[in-house]
Design a protein around this ligand. Structure first.
Ligand SMILES: [Zn+2]
Length: 97
């Protein structure tokens, strides 16, 4: 779907907090008319419409096997970039100094 202007976009936006479809354009903001929340528009094209409260992470993020895999994977990536690839090693040395 190609969006040509904000008016078309307003037809499909939904407030991430109260789920209302009543979103209006303000001055460099979109405003939910139900819960009165403002959503900033930066660079005239980026709309910050994140929910007020963070969503909980999926259960997998608390799984011990996943956490172990994540740690090993992270160490392997660091080894690869720092020791296995000369170009990245030089870049990392430059960044660290
Ligand atoms: Zn709302």
């Amino acid at each position: 779907m190609k969006i040509n202007n904000f008016n078309e976009l307003l037809k499909i936006l939904r407030c991430p907090d109260c789920r209302s479809l009543k979103i209006q354009e303000g001055f460099k903001t979109f405003i939910c008319t139900d819960c009165k929340r403002n959503f900033e528009i930066t660079d005239n094209k980026i709309i910050k419409m994140r929910p007020k409260n963070e969503l909980p992470y999926p259960e997998i993020y608390n799984n011990q096997d996943y956490l172990k895999w994540k740690k090993v994977s992270s160490e392997a990536m660091l080894d690869y970039f720092e020791k296995g690839n000369r170009l990245f090693y030089i870049i990392i040395l430059i960044i660290k100094t």
